[in-house]
Design a protein around this ligand. Sequence first.
Ligand SMILES: NC(=O)C1=CN([C@@H]2O[C@H](COP(=O)(O)OP(=O)(O)OC[C@H]3O[C@@H](n4cnc5c(N)ncnc54)[C@H](O)[C@@H]3O)[C@@H](O)[C@H]2O)C=CC1
Ligand SMILES: CC(C)(CO)C(=O)C(=O)O
Length: 298
Amino acid sequence: MDVVVFGAGSLGSLVGGLLARAHDVTLVARDPHASRVRESGLRVSGAVETHTTPDATTDGANLSADLALVTVKAFDTAEAANTLATGEFGAVLSLQNGLTEEILTDELDAPVLAGTATYGARLLEPGHVDCTGVGRIVLGSLDGGPDPVAERVGRAFRAAGLETLVATDMPRRRWTKLAVNAGINAVTALSRVENGALTDGDAAELAHAAARETARVARAEGVSLPNRRARTALSRVVDATADNRSSMLQDIDAGRRTEVDAISGEVVARAERHRLDVPTNRTLAALLRAWEAGRGLR
Ligand SMILES: NC(=O)C1=CN([C@@H]2O[C@H](COP(=O)(O)OP(=O)(O)OC[C@H]3O[C@@H](n4cnc5c(N)ncnc54)[C@H](O)[C@@H]3O)[C@@H](O)[C@H]2O)C=CC1
Ligand SMILES: CC(C)(CO)C(=O)C(=O)O
Protein backbone atom coordinates (compact mmCIF):
# COMPACT_ATOMS: atom_id res chain seq x y z
CA MET A 1 0.00 0.00 0.00
CA ASP A 2 1.20 3.60 -0.69
CA VAL A 3 0.75 5.73 2.41
CA VAL A 4 1.20 9.48 2.89
CA VAL A 5 1.56 10.51 6.55
CA PHE A 6 0.52 14.15 6.76
CA GLY A 7 2.12 15.77 9.82
CA ALA A 8 4.96 13.45 10.76
CA GLY A 9 5.89 14.73 14.21
CA SER A 10 5.78 12.27 17.12
CA LEU A 11 2.84 9.97 16.35
CA GLY A 12 3.06 10.28 12.56
CA SER A 13 6.76 9.42 12.53
CA LEU A 14 6.20 6.40 14.75
CA VAL A 15 3.28 5.01 12.77
CA GLY A 16 4.82 5.99 9.43
CA GLY A 17 8.17 4.48 10.44
CA LEU A 18 6.53 1.21 11.44
CA LEU A 19 4.35 1.12 8.30
CA ALA A 20 7.48 1.56 6.19
CA ARG A 21 8.51 -1.96 7.23
CA ALA A 22 5.90 -3.27 4.77
CA HIS A 23 4.66 -0.38 2.62
CA ASP A 24 5.74 2.63 0.52
CA VAL A 25 5.50 5.53 2.94
CA THR A 26 5.98 9.27 2.40
CA LEU A 27 6.20 11.47 5.49
CA VAL A 28 5.01 15.07 5.15
CA ALA A 29 7.04 16.80 7.84
CA ARG A 30 8.92 19.98 8.63
CA ASP A 31 12.64 20.46 8.25
CA PRO A 32 15.09 19.50 9.64
CA HIS A 33 13.16 16.25 10.36
CA ALA A 34 12.16 15.70 6.71
CA SER A 35 15.66 16.21 5.32
CA ARG A 36 17.23 14.02 8.04
CA VAL A 37 14.81 11.18 7.19
CA ARG A 38 15.67 11.52 3.49
CA GLU A 39 19.41 11.46 4.25
CA SER A 40 19.63 8.82 7.00
CA GLY A 41 16.23 7.16 7.32
CA LEU A 42 14.09 7.05 10.43
CA ARG A 43 15.18 5.48 13.70
CA VAL A 44 12.49 4.14 16.04
CA SER A 45 13.67 3.34 19.56
CA GLY A 46 12.11 2.49 22.92
CA ALA A 47 9.31 -0.04 23.15
CA VAL A 48 9.89 -0.88 19.45
CA GLU A 49 13.33 -0.76 17.83
CA THR A 50 13.63 -0.48 14.08
CA HIS A 51 15.21 1.56 11.33
CA THR A 52 13.29 2.26 8.12
CA THR A 53 13.67 4.47 5.07
CA PRO A 54 10.38 6.21 4.25
CA ASP A 55 10.44 9.05 1.75
CA ALA A 56 10.01 12.51 3.31
CA THR A 57 8.93 15.90 2.01
CA THR A 58 7.98 19.29 3.39
CA ASP A 59 5.49 19.84 0.56
CA GLY A 60 2.24 17.97 1.06
CA ALA A 61 0.56 19.34 -2.09
CA ASN A 62 -0.40 17.25 -5.15
CA LEU A 63 0.46 13.89 -3.58
CA SER A 64 -1.41 10.69 -4.31
CA ALA A 65 -1.56 7.41 -2.40
CA ASP A 66 -3.88 4.60 -1.38
CA LEU A 67 -4.08 6.13 2.10
CA ALA A 68 -3.46 9.54 3.68
CA LEU A 69 -2.90 9.32 7.43
CA VAL A 70 -3.56 12.60 9.22
CA THR A 71 -1.41 13.15 12.32
CA VAL A 72 -1.13 16.92 12.64
CA LYS A 73 -2.29 18.50 15.90
CA ALA A 74 -6.04 19.08 15.78
CA PHE A 75 -5.71 22.85 15.25
CA ASP A 76 -3.74 22.23 12.02
CA THR A 77 -6.41 19.92 10.53
CA ALA A 78 -8.15 22.51 8.32
CA GLU A 79 -4.86 23.51 6.70
CA ALA A 80 -3.89 19.84 6.28
CA ALA A 81 -7.27 19.14 4.65
CA ASN A 82 -6.82 22.03 2.21
CA THR A 83 -3.41 20.74 1.18
CA LEU A 84 -4.55 17.12 0.93
CA ALA A 85 -7.42 18.28 -1.31
CA THR A 86 -4.83 19.09 -4.00
CA GLY A 87 -3.91 15.38 -4.19
CA GLU A 88 -5.68 12.05 -4.75
CA PHE A 89 -6.17 9.41 -2.10
CA GLY A 90 -8.05 6.13 -1.87
CA ALA A 91 -8.91 6.82 1.77
CA VAL A 92 -8.07 9.20 4.59
CA LEU A 93 -7.60 8.18 8.22
CA SER A 94 -7.14 10.49 11.20
CA LEU A 95 -5.38 9.22 14.32
CA GLN A 96 -5.73 12.56 16.12
CA ASN A 97 -7.28 13.34 19.48
CA GLY A 98 -10.53 15.28 19.35
CA LEU A 99 -13.27 15.22 16.73
CA THR A 100 -11.45 16.25 13.56
CA GLU A 101 -12.84 13.86 10.95
CA GLU A 102 -15.71 16.19 10.03
CA ILE A 103 -13.19 18.84 8.95
CA LEU A 104 -11.63 16.25 6.64
CA THR A 105 -14.95 15.01 5.20
CA ASP A 106 -15.97 18.60 4.40
CA GLU A 107 -12.83 19.19 2.29
CA LEU A 108 -11.95 15.83 0.77
CA ASP A 109 -13.56 13.60 -1.84
CA ALA A 110 -11.90 10.41 -0.56
CA PRO A 111 -13.70 8.32 2.07
CA VAL A 112 -12.66 9.41 5.58
CA LEU A 113 -12.21 6.67 8.16
CA ALA A 114 -12.29 7.24 11.91
CA GLY A 115 -9.33 6.17 14.02
CA THR A 116 -7.88 6.29 17.51
CA ALA A 117 -4.33 5.52 18.65
CA THR A 118 -3.05 4.58 22.07
CA TYR A 119 0.56 4.14 20.99
CA GLY A 120 2.85 6.62 22.75
CA ALA A 121 5.35 8.57 20.63
CA ARG A 122 7.88 11.35 21.15
CA LEU A 123 10.11 12.86 18.50
CA LEU A 124 13.50 12.97 20.22
CA GLU A 125 15.51 14.67 17.47
CA PRO A 126 15.30 14.97 13.67
CA GLY A 127 15.18 11.45 12.22
CA HIS A 128 14.62 9.74 15.59
CA VAL A 129 11.31 8.91 17.29
CA ASP A 130 10.83 7.18 20.64
CA CYS A 131 8.01 4.69 21.07
CA THR A 132 7.01 5.35 24.69
CA GLY A 133 4.35 2.65 24.71
CA VAL A 134 2.90 0.01 22.42
CA GLY A 135 -0.82 0.56 22.31
CA ARG A 136 -3.36 -0.12 19.63
CA ILE A 137 -4.83 1.53 16.59
CA VAL A 138 -8.57 1.17 16.21
CA LEU A 139 -10.13 2.21 12.93
CA GLY A 140 -13.34 1.83 11.01
CA SER A 141 -16.17 3.53 9.20
CA LEU A 142 -16.93 7.03 10.49
CA ASP A 143 -20.63 6.15 10.55
CA GLY A 144 -20.12 2.68 12.03
CA GLY A 145 -20.82 -0.72 10.46
CA PRO A 146 -18.60 -2.91 8.32
CA ASP A 147 -16.39 -1.20 5.75
CA PRO A 148 -14.20 -2.95 3.14
CA VAL A 149 -11.84 0.06 2.91
CA ALA A 150 -11.28 -0.07 6.69
CA GLU A 151 -10.69 -3.83 6.47
CA ARG A 152 -8.04 -3.30 3.79
CA VAL A 153 -6.29 -0.57 5.80
CA GLY A 154 -6.44 -2.76 8.92
CA ARG A 155 -4.79 -5.66 7.06
CA ALA A 156 -2.06 -3.34 5.77
CA PHE A 157 -1.36 -2.03 9.31
CA ARG A 158 -1.19 -5.56 10.73
CA ALA A 159 1.13 -6.63 7.90
CA ALA A 160 3.55 -3.96 9.15
CA GLY A 161 3.31 -5.28 12.73
CA LEU A 162 1.05 -2.55 14.14
CA GLU A 163 -1.46 -3.66 16.77
CA THR A 164 -4.70 -2.84 14.94
CA LEU A 165 -8.39 -3.49 15.43
CA VAL A 166 -10.99 -2.79 12.75
CA ALA A 167 -14.15 -1.81 14.63
CA THR A 168 -17.76 -1.45 13.50
CA ASP A 169 -18.71 0.91 16.36
CA MET A 170 -16.41 3.88 15.71
CA PRO A 171 -19.07 6.53 16.51
CA ARG A 172 -19.30 5.25 20.08
CA ARG A 173 -15.52 4.76 20.35
CA ARG A 174 -14.77 8.29 19.11
CA TRP A 175 -17.19 9.81 21.60
CA THR A 176 -15.93 7.60 24.44
CA LYS A 177 -12.38 8.77 23.68
CA LEU A 178 -13.62 12.37 23.52
CA ALA A 179 -15.31 11.95 26.93
CA VAL A 180 -12.07 10.57 28.39
CA ASN A 181 -9.99 13.40 26.90
CA ALA A 182 -12.53 16.07 27.91
CA GLY A 183 -12.25 14.81 31.49
CA ILE A 184 -8.60 13.89 31.87
CA ASN A 185 -6.79 16.28 29.54
CA ALA A 186 -8.57 19.48 30.54
CA VAL A 187 -8.52 18.84 34.29
CA THR A 188 -4.93 17.58 34.48
CA ALA A 189 -3.73 20.44 32.26
CA LEU A 190 -5.38 23.09 34.41
CA SER A 191 -4.39 21.57 37.74
CA ARG A 192 -0.92 20.44 36.55
CA VAL A 193 -1.27 16.88 37.87
CA GLU A 194 -0.60 13.40 36.49
CA ASN A 195 -3.59 11.36 35.32
CA GLY A 196 -3.48 9.25 38.52
CA ALA A 197 -4.50 12.31 40.59
CA LEU A 198 -7.99 11.83 39.14
CA THR A 199 -8.58 8.55 40.99
CA ASP A 200 -10.79 10.26 43.57
CA GLY A 201 -11.53 13.61 45.16
CA ASP A 202 -12.89 16.88 43.77
CA ALA A 203 -10.70 16.94 40.64
CA ALA A 204 -11.86 13.41 39.78
CA GLU A 205 -15.48 14.53 40.24
CA LEU A 206 -14.85 17.43 37.84
CA ALA A 207 -13.32 15.10 35.22
CA HIS A 208 -16.30 12.74 35.53
CA ALA A 209 -18.71 15.67 35.19
CA ALA A 210 -16.97 16.71 31.92
CA ALA A 211 -17.15 13.10 30.66
CA ARG A 212 -20.83 12.82 31.65
CA GLU A 213 -21.68 16.01 29.77
CA THR A 214 -19.82 14.67 26.73
CA ALA A 215 -21.84 11.45 26.85
CA ARG A 216 -25.04 13.53 26.95
CA VAL A 217 -23.98 15.44 23.84
CA ALA A 218 -23.06 12.14 22.15
CA ARG A 219 -26.59 10.86 22.78
CA ALA A 220 -28.03 14.09 21.35
CA GLU A 221 -25.92 13.34 18.24
CA GLY A 222 -27.54 9.90 18.01
CA VAL A 223 -24.61 7.95 19.46
CA SER A 224 -25.45 5.43 22.17
CA LEU A 225 -23.07 6.33 25.01
CA PRO A 226 -24.56 5.81 28.46
CA ASN A 227 -23.07 7.91 31.31
CA ARG A 228 -22.02 4.66 32.99
CA ARG A 229 -19.86 3.70 30.00
CA ALA A 230 -18.14 7.10 29.92
CA ARG A 231 -17.49 6.87 33.68
CA THR A 232 -15.99 3.38 33.41
CA ALA A 233 -13.83 4.37 30.42
CA LEU A 234 -12.47 7.41 32.24
CA SER A 235 -11.68 5.42 35.42
CA ARG A 236 -9.95 2.69 33.37
CA VAL A 237 -7.75 5.19 31.53
CA VAL A 238 -6.88 6.99 34.79
CA ASP A 239 -5.77 3.65 36.30
CA ALA A 240 -3.90 2.49 33.18
CA THR A 241 -2.08 5.81 32.67
CA ALA A 242 -1.73 6.95 36.31
CA ASP A 243 1.88 8.14 35.89
CA ASN A 244 1.24 9.95 32.54
CA ARG A 245 1.24 13.66 32.11
CA SER A 246 -1.61 14.04 29.60
CA SER A 247 -0.78 15.43 26.17
CA MET A 248 -2.58 18.68 27.06
CA LEU A 249 -0.55 19.06 30.26
CA GLN A 250 2.62 18.42 28.24
CA ASP A 251 1.55 21.19 25.86
CA ILE A 252 1.02 23.55 28.80
CA ASP A 253 4.36 22.54 30.35
CA ALA A 254 6.06 23.36 27.04
CA GLY A 255 4.14 26.64 26.53
CA ARG A 256 2.51 25.26 23.35
CA ARG A 257 -1.00 25.68 22.01
CA THR A 258 -3.31 22.87 23.24
CA GLU A 259 -5.99 20.83 21.49
CA VAL A 260 -8.73 22.44 23.61
CA ASP A 261 -10.80 23.52 20.58
CA ALA A 262 -11.12 19.93 19.31
CA ILE A 263 -11.80 18.46 22.78
CA SER A 264 -13.65 20.57 25.42
CA GLY A 265 -14.38 23.27 22.82
CA GLU A 266 -15.93 20.73 20.44
CA VAL A 267 -18.17 19.36 23.22
CA VAL A 268 -19.40 22.92 23.87
CA ALA A 269 -19.93 23.67 20.16
CA ARG A 270 -21.91 20.47 19.56
CA ALA A 271 -23.92 20.98 22.76
CA GLU A 272 -24.95 24.43 21.52
CA ARG A 273 -26.28 22.91 18.31
CA HIS A 274 -28.57 20.73 20.44
CA ARG A 275 -29.42 23.55 22.88
CA LEU A 276 -27.78 21.63 25.72
CA ASP A 277 -25.84 23.31 28.50
CA VAL A 278 -22.46 21.78 29.37
CA PRO A 279 -21.22 24.10 32.13
CA THR A 280 -18.21 21.99 33.13
CA ASN A 281 -16.81 21.77 29.60
CA ARG A 282 -17.66 25.42 28.97
CA THR A 283 -15.68 26.46 32.07
CA LEU A 284 -12.73 24.16 31.30
CA ALA A 285 -12.59 25.37 27.68
CA ALA A 286 -12.78 29.03 28.75
CA LEU A 287 -9.91 28.60 31.23
CA LEU A 288 -7.69 26.77 28.73
CA ARG A 289 -8.42 29.32 26.02
CA ALA A 290 -7.66 32.14 28.48
CA TRP A 291 -4.29 30.51 29.24
CA GLU A 292 -3.55 30.28 25.49
CA ALA A 293 -4.66 33.86 24.85
CA GLY A 294 -2.50 35.09 27.73
CA ARG A 295 0.53 33.54 26.03
CA GLY A 296 -0.34 34.86 22.58
CA LEU A 297 -1.06 31.33 21.32
CA ARG A 298 -4.48 32.19 19.85
N1 LIG B 1 2.21 11.67 20.48
C1 LIG B 1 1.43 10.68 20.91
O1 LIG B 1 1.88 9.77 21.62
C2 LIG B 1 -0.03 10.63 20.53
C3 LIG B 1 -0.62 11.66 19.82
N2 LIG B 1 -1.96 11.57 19.49
C4 LIG B 1 -2.59 12.63 18.72
O2 LIG B 1 -1.97 12.69 17.45
C5 LIG B 1 -1.94 14.04 16.96
C6 LIG B 1 -0.50 14.45 16.69
O3 LIG B 1 0.19 14.46 17.93
P1 LIG B 1 1.80 14.52 18.00
O4 LIG B 1 2.37 13.63 16.99
O5 LIG B 1 2.15 14.33 19.41
O6 LIG B 1 2.04 16.05 17.58
P2 LIG B 1 3.36 16.67 16.95
O7 LIG B 1 3.25 18.15 17.14
O8 LIG B 1 4.56 15.97 17.47
O9 LIG B 1 3.24 16.30 15.41
C7 LIG B 1 2.48 17.02 14.47
C8 LIG B 1 3.45 17.42 13.38
O10 LIG B 1 2.74 17.90 12.26
C9 LIG B 1 3.60 18.84 11.63
N3 LIG B 1 2.81 19.63 10.69
C10 LIG B 1 1.71 20.38 10.91
N4 LIG B 1 1.28 20.96 9.77
C11 LIG B 1 2.14 20.56 8.81
C12 LIG B 1 2.26 20.85 7.41
N5 LIG B 1 1.37 21.64 6.80
N6 LIG B 1 3.27 20.29 6.73
C13 LIG B 1 4.17 19.49 7.34
N7 LIG B 1 4.12 19.18 8.65
C14 LIG B 1 3.12 19.72 9.38
C15 LIG B 1 4.15 19.65 12.78
O11 LIG B 1 5.31 20.34 12.40
C16 LIG B 1 4.42 18.53 13.80
O12 LIG B 1 5.74 18.06 13.68
C17 LIG B 1 -2.62 14.88 18.05
O13 LIG B 1 -3.98 15.02 17.75
C18 LIG B 1 -2.43 14.04 19.31
O14 LIG B 1 -3.42 14.30 20.28
C19 LIG B 1 -2.74 10.49 19.81
C20 LIG B 1 -2.18 9.44 20.51
C21 LIG B 1 -0.81 9.43 20.93
C1 LIG C 1 -5.48 8.80 27.17
C2 LIG C 1 -4.74 10.07 27.53
C3 LIG C 1 -5.56 10.87 28.52
C4 LIG C 1 -3.47 9.59 28.16
O1 LIG C 1 -2.76 10.56 28.85
C5 LIG C 1 -4.55 10.88 26.28
O2 LIG C 1 -5.11 10.55 25.24
C6 LIG C 1 -3.76 12.12 26.22
O3 LIG C 1 -2.97 12.39 27.12
O4 LIG C 1 -3.96 12.85 25.23
